[in-house]
Design a protein around this ligand. Structure first.
Ligand SMILES: [Zn+2]
Length: 365
């Protein structure tokens, strides 16, 4: 009799276990956080691990590899890479939010907005720069930052922007870059955005009272890590607090923007610092997702930068000897890490358009 009881109990637990696995797999994420390490290849991650000891990235159990080619170049740039992820469509290098034929394509952020989710962008570059722009703007050339700022100010509907680049929004008479005389910060204020531009304002700002916020803490790009205030992880934490108030869920894009620049500069030391900074932000997102249970976190890169290789180093001394084969991007596949409901779709081989396609699929479910 005792044995029967144990067997029944055992069967019950097996049932519970498989049910929870099933539920985990079939659940649609309520919140999606997409984190892009610009220029982050496997060597950058390896270097970051050596420097930091343990990476938050290591907590992800679903890992895949993505091809990144654009429709006109073997080696993508950030504009085409981000557009593949934001729309699910390939495009030509330098193009933002349009497909290979120049057709405007809806972005996952725009769609998330449309269905009532809160949306946000957190970067450590100007928000008019290629990666963030690909989520909120549609232009044939990433260098049209004057136009991108105008689209952000007048057409885009993200609830929160944190990063740099106020110069693109203000006329020359107010210290900005615009020659058309427009004060787009004023335009955004009239559309209900609170504008903050100083670190103290960020730390003291009562985000609860605001419906929409644009926080730009540099005239163009914020400085290299660790000289940034606020940091990427501080902004990510605030963004998650702010956006998670929406009962319909949220979509947030976070970019470790300057891993790429350290690659272009062939600066191995700086890659370590930018990787550590990005990984802190990953930790913030992951902690929220673990507690929340309804949040999908995807971490990936748009391309690798520098042809970075590690040719020596020391785990004890937390240092690496890095070498570079180029000052540009390379065509090597990039890793993707996923955690939370829907994560398993990113396991194995894929293409960077998978990111956009899957996010759309989850939003539309
Ligand atoms: Zn680059």
């Amino acid at each position: 009799m005792k044995r029967v009881k144990i067997l029944v109990l055992f069967a019950f637990f097996i049932f519970l276990f498989s049910f929870s696995l099933y539920a985990q797999q079939s659940l649609k994420p309520k919140n999606i956080i997409l984190m892009i390490g610009d220029g982050m290849g496997l060597a950058q991650i390896s270097a970051g691990k050596t420097y930091k000891g343990n990476l938050n990235l290591e907590k992800f159990k679903v890992v895949g590899l993505l091809t990144t080619n654009s429709c006109d170049e073997y080696i993508t740039d950030s504009a085409a890479g981000a557009t593949a992820m934001s729309t699910g469509y390939k495009t030509k290098n330098v193009a933002i939010g349009i497909d290979c034929d120049g057709e405007r394509r809806e972005t996952v952020l725009e769609y998330a907005n449309k269905i009532g989710k809160a949306t946000g962008i957190v970067v450590v570059c100007a928000i008019t720069h290629a990666t963030p722009a690909a989520f909120v703007a549609h232009v044939p050339d990433r260098n049209m930052q004057i136009k991108i700022a105008e689209q952000i100010a007048k057409e885009a509907n993200a609830d929160l922007y944190l990063g740099g680049g106020w110069g693109w929004f203000l006329p020359k008479s107010k210290g900005g870059k615009r020659e058309d005389g427009q004060d787009l910060i004023d335009t955004m204020r009239r559309r209900g955005y609170y504008f903050i531009s100083k670190p103290e304002e960020f730390y003291n700002f009562n985000f609860d009272k605001a419906g929409k916020v644009i926080g730009l803490f540099a005239e163009n790009h914020p400085p290299y890590a660790p000289n940034r205030k606020p940091t990427l992880s501080e902004m990510t934490k605030k963004a998650i607090e702010f956006l998670s108030r929406d009962k319909d869920g949220f979509f947030l894009m976070v970019e470790g923007s300057q891993i790429d620049w350290a690659g272009h500069a062939n600066d191995s030391e700086q890659i370590l610092k930018e990787m550590a900074d990005f990984d802190e932000a990953i930790g913030v997102a992951l902690e929220f997702a673990q507690k929340d249970g309804n949040t999908l976190v995807i971490v990936t890169a748009d391309h690798e930068t520098g042809g970075y290789a590690i040719v020596g180093g020391s785990v004890e001394e937390k240092k690496v000897e890095g070498k570079f084969v180029t000052k540009n991007h390379t065509g090597i596949m990039v890793p993707v890490f996923a955690f939370g409901p829907g994560a398993e779709a990113f396991a194995g081989f894929g293409d960077n358009t998978l990111i956009g396609k899957k996010i759309f699929e989850y939003l539309k479910k």
